[in-house]
Write a protein that binds this ligand. Structure first.
Ligand code: MN
Length: 197
């Protein structure tokens, strides 16, 4: 099957000032698209040719097919959890789980920022839930993704590759991570959490 760059449910300038149109043009329009195009180049004639994206990520050996498939999945998961700023916060069961497992919403944000700043080089930081709904922050290097960990369901992710923030924040990764709290769509995160518990 042919994999496609997902359509974004917002305009390229809709996440400003937190993520600029230029960042979206490059990060979504060039980096994310390049992973999709490369994956489509690599899979014809392989055992991955007819698999879904998730199946490829879970089945692929370390190497180019895994890297490109996982980066397509990770970026889609990242971009689809944003919405133009509306100051939403976790509510109901998700808010209760955050309070239970981190102490407070602020403590969860702090744990996520700390993991993101502490990730050496390129990678991702994730909020994940285990099968009982217990929440945890994990960081993964390069293209690695908790999708390959059958015990963990990712709820949202922040990309800490430099290409995610260098246009808008230069080397200030911590400032980029702080700004992302303004555009996370907690209704989408709650929907993902509801599928676990
Ligand atoms: Mn990226």
């Amino acid at each position: 099957m042919t994999h496609e760059l997902p359509k974004l449910p917002y305009a390229l300038d809709a996440l400003q000032p937190h993520l600029s149109r230029e960042t979206l043009e490059y990060h979504y329009g060039k980096h994310h698209k390049a992973y999709v195009d490369k994956l489509n180049e690599l899979i014809p004639g392989t055992r991955y040719a007819d698999m879904t994206l998730e199946q490829i990520v879970r089945a692929a050996e370390p190497g180019a097919i895994f890297n490109n498939a996982a980066q397509v999945w990770n970026h889609t998961f990242y971009f689809l959890a944003f919405a133009p700023e509306k100051g939403s916060r976790p509510e109901d069961a998700l808010a209760a789980a955050i309070d239970r497992d981190f102490g407070s919403f602020d403590a969860m944000k702090e744990a996520m920022s700390k993991a993101g700043v502490g990730q050496f080089g390129s990678g991702w930081v994730w909020l994940v839930a285990d099968k009982s709904g217990k929440l945890e922050v994990v960081a993964t290097p390069n293209a690695a993704t908790p999708l390959t960990d059958t015990g963990k369901t990712p709820l949202f992710t922040l990309d800490v590759w430099e290409h995610a923030y260098y246009i808008d924040y230069r080397n200030r990764r911590a400032d980029y991570l702080t700004a992302m709290w303004e555009i996370i769509d907690w209704q989408i995160v709650a929907k993902r959490f509801a599928e676990v518990v």
